[in-house]
Write a protein that binds this ligand. Sequence first.
Ligand SMILES: Nc1nc2c(c(=O)[nH]1)N[C@H]1C(S)=C(S)[C@@H](COP(=O)(O)O)O[C@H]1N2
Ligand SMILES: [Mo]
Length: 517
Amino acid sequence: MDDGSTDDETRDDDGDLPIPETQIMTERIRNDEFPSGIDFLFVLLAGITGVAGSYAVAGYTRRFVVAPIDDAVVRLTPGEIVAFVIQNVGEQGHLLHIGLSVLIATGLFASAATVGLYVARRVGRPAIGSGLAGILTWSMVASITADPVLAVGAAGPVTVLTAVGAAPLSASGTDPSRRRVLVSSAGALAFIGISLGLGRLVTTTDIGTQEIDEEVSTLIQEAEEKSLDVRGDIPGLVSSLDEFYNVDIATFDPAISPEDWSLTITGEVGDDVTITFDELADMPIERRFITLRCVGESLNGKKLDNAVWTGTPIKPLLAEADPGGKCGCAMLHAADDYFVQFPIEALEDGFLAWEMNGRPLPQSHGHPVRILIPGHWGETNVKWLTEIELLNEEMDGYWEQRGWHGTGPVNTVAKLWSDSTLDNGNIEVVGHAYAGTRGIESVEVSTNGGKTWQDAELSEPIPGNDVWRQWRYEFEADGAHDVIVRAIDGEGTTQPEEPSDAFPSGATGWVSKTIGG
Ligand SMILES: Nc1nc2c(c(=O)[nH]1)N[C@H]1C(S)=C(S)[C@@H](COP(=O)(O)O)O[C@H]1N2
Ligand SMILES: [Mo]
């Protein structure tokens, strides 16, 4: 020890602390041990930050690496399992396979990092290993998403974390590995947080900021003035783009630009007709209020909304195609592989829409073009519409194959969406009522379990022949009341009292609720 140069001793880089050769050996062995617990951590962080990085640059769109993976997961899942999940888990079923897809993406990136770390150790060059991890990640994402530029979003963090994980442990100081783990974990967490924020921004920027045309803003304003002044957090007569409900068979909506879009009318026709977006937008423009209701919603559910749509009637285009076919029916196809079949008679009233509340159709509502079929269940209102095929015989659509009967006219419904106590002590109950093209004539409320009925206050009708109305009723708060609400449609028919489930033909019955007491 006195001359500091015995065989099993040497000095570390910083100077005077002598470290026995054996300890250096263990240090090296620890570095060579692969994979160690710390390696696992870095590989995991690389995987997670890779997914976060992809989300940061692509948002919740089809260019997010999880989207194509999710498609594959859904495609490879046996049909019975899909049907089971749809019927038993419902909406949250999406979360199951998205979660699985996120895990798969994380695993892929972690594998790239593992290969990188391994190579870094073998050749003793962290730069080579991390570069390799980055290239592997980049090529995976570029081929999965077909977007080489955005693939950098995932490759970046994987490269960085592999590099940090591969950097040799210096034998100096206190506990360098511990410090590195702490700093890297904190950095990775911060990166994930920032990525979540960025991804959200990217997702929502497609809403557009163009001026809303005057006719639409006048329509919206007039409808807002007709909305009843009520307590409770419920929509007025026009649902905002954010609150308008969404039903999608795909987890990630198709992304189609107007330039890439066209609609073909084909099958049993005299002439195939193809129309581009520009040609469509040159047709006579109309603005229409149209309300949508999903056949799958529960009786007092919230999958009922109204917007003003800008578009053009489909009738002239259909006439140009000269539809034939023995069933008088058509199959509509969409870019998400959705399909639905119903009579030409209903189709002829269809309205091709490219704007919603004065904005280009949001991606989730069918950008760039959807069809709206007045008075019919939501499922006939095909989003991302690409093809109308005239048929010789009837065939099941996507939901009909799964047992639903949701292609006909909607059932009449009166919702009871909110009850509140007013300043005068009375109780106010409010909701919306909808009967498709039959229209709503009146809404009646009973506060004594159906013994007697009174007319509710109704909002003034807004323009259109397929729109909802809002109702409101006020009563004294003197104990518990069995409140029931029912609508009478424009043909004088009271909605049927018997309750039924949404499956298979849409929920029916009178909504009731015990209030007060
Ligand atoms: N291409 C396509 N169109 C579709 C669907 C879909 O999943 N894919 N869902 C349908 C259903 S079931 C309903 S209720 C309405 C919902 O439209 P929204 O998401 O704009 O509210 O779209 C219909 N059109
Ligand atoms: Mo629906």
